[in-house]
Design a binder for this molecule. Structure first.
Ligand code: UTP
Length: 393
């Protein structure tokens, strides 16, 4: 579904469908928060990274607040599943415990851990050892969610409770709107089993997954697997043929996930060439100076081609995607670029509602004050001017 091809009426119908599904308890949310966050270089789980431009709220808080905003708005309890990895599990559990589950009721929060795979020596093909008595293991990729979810038994319980859809997001993208009603509505109207939100690529060779239609199946080709000449192909009007960049926001049907869980090889493994510390045959600790190992990871988007019906929905990057991937000071996908995107979005919401904002002042809107741009309008009954950094809460 391309933005330019939808009419306001179509969007309103879809939003109404999505809102109805959420309000009737048909939707749950999952945040993937495993992985190792190597590029960010932060000692704690990524979800604990402070990102609120004015508030300093963590990534976990941003997501939970957005979800609680949806609960308030639609008068319903929405379960949140958080997938952790071996290095993020303990600290994540502790973080939620020490912070009263960030306001979630105990029955609304399920934290479960993804699996691991051994790291393999890239030259010898042997499994690397982490110590003389243990092998080097790493998380099995966000696609590990399929097996890990199956183990929890949650999918069956969810179905018993009438939950039909799982809204999927990554912890490192705080711009995502929890349980986006438009996306869920389009998913339902299109009778899709797996829907993915995309943004238009900024340039042909941008480092994102390319969402393509191959032999009638929706698939994602990682930028690293896409030949440059294919990436640069254009339509007669000059637009990119492969325009859709994956932002890892999906809606999956619970029934479809259950079916996927039944097949142990539902998702293939991808190889990633990475640096992995190890001990050698003599028991010496070795810190490689470059990639020495093959890690095996599953990617959740490989579920898309297995769906009988899959849908691809375009969103504006400025409204849906600002990931925290790289360390402070990096030109792209850094904490600074993410904070700037949050401020820009909220400045726009306020400006559209008639607020006058001084140049350069930071604003941040807590979802309890306004969950979306429409609620901002209802909050302001007199002309407002903002001269200093402001947290609307
Ligand atoms: P990335 O692929 O960006 O990996 O994950 P990462 O671990 O966060 O960071 P790098 O690559 O080491 O720098 C995208 C999302 O998928 C989750 C991450 O938590 C992030 O939200 N993820 C990734 C998992 O949950 N498990 C994994 O095995 C990998």
């Amino acid at each position: 579904v391309r933005l330019a091809e939808t009419t306001p009426q179509h969007r309103l119908t879809a939003i109404a469908q999505g809102e109805l599904a959420i309000a009737s308890g048909k939707v749950a949310m999952v945040l993937v928060a495993g992985g190792q966050g190597t590029r960010l270089g932060f000692d704690l789980p990524k979800g604990m990274y402070p990102i609120g431009p004015v508030s300093g709220r963590t990534l976990f808080q941003m997501h939970v607040d957005s979800l609680r905003g949806a609960m308030r708005r639609f008068g319903v309890s929405i379960p949140l599943l958080v997938m952790t990895g071996p290095s993020t599990h303990e600290p994540t559990v502790r973080y939620f415990q020490e912070n009263a589950n960030l306001g979630l009721k105990p029955q609304e929060l399920i934290i479960f851990q993804q699996g691991t795979m051994p790291a393999i020596d890239a030259t010898t093909g042997k499994i690397l050892m982490e110590s003389t008595s243990s092998i080097a293991l790493s998380p099995d990729g966000h696609g590990g969610i399929v097996r890990a979810l199956a183990k929890t038994g949650w999918l069956d319980r969810a179905q018993d409770q009438g939950i039909e859809h799982l809204f999927y997001a990554q912890v490192d993208n705080p711009l995502v709107r929890a349980c986006d009603p438009l996306l869920i509505g389009l998913h339902r109207l299109g009778q899709s089993q797996a829907t993915t939100q995309v943004v238009e690529k900024r340039f042909a060779t941008e480092k994102v997954g390319n969402v393509v239609n191959l032999d009638g199946k929706t698939q994602i080709i990682e930028y690293s697997d896409l030949p440059e000449e294919v990436a640069k192909q254009t339509n007669p009007d000059g637009s990119l043929r492969l325009w859709a960049g994956n932002i890892a926001v999906h809606v999956f049907d619970i029934e479809f996930l259950k079916r996927s869980c039944q097949s142990s090889d539902a998702l293939p493994f991808h190889r990633a060439h990475k640096a992995v510390p190890y001990v050698d045959d003599q028991g010496n600790d070795c810190i490689p100076s470059g990639p020495n190992a093959i890690k095996l990871e599953r990617f959740v988007f490989d579920l898309l081609p297995a769906a009988d019906r899959a849908l691809v929905v375009e969103a504006r990057a400025c409204e849906a995607f600002a990931p925290v991937k790289n360390a402070i000071g990096s030109p792209t996908d850094s904490p600074e670029t993410c904070k700037a995107a949050l401020v820009d979005l909220h400045r726009r919401w306020l400006t559209d509602a008639g607020v006058k904002l001084d140049e350069g002042c930071l604003v941040e809107i807590h979802p309890n004050w306004a969950w979306d741009e429409h609620e901002v309008q209802t909050r302001l009954d007199k002309p407002t001017q903002i001269h200093a950094d402001t947290y609307f809460t």
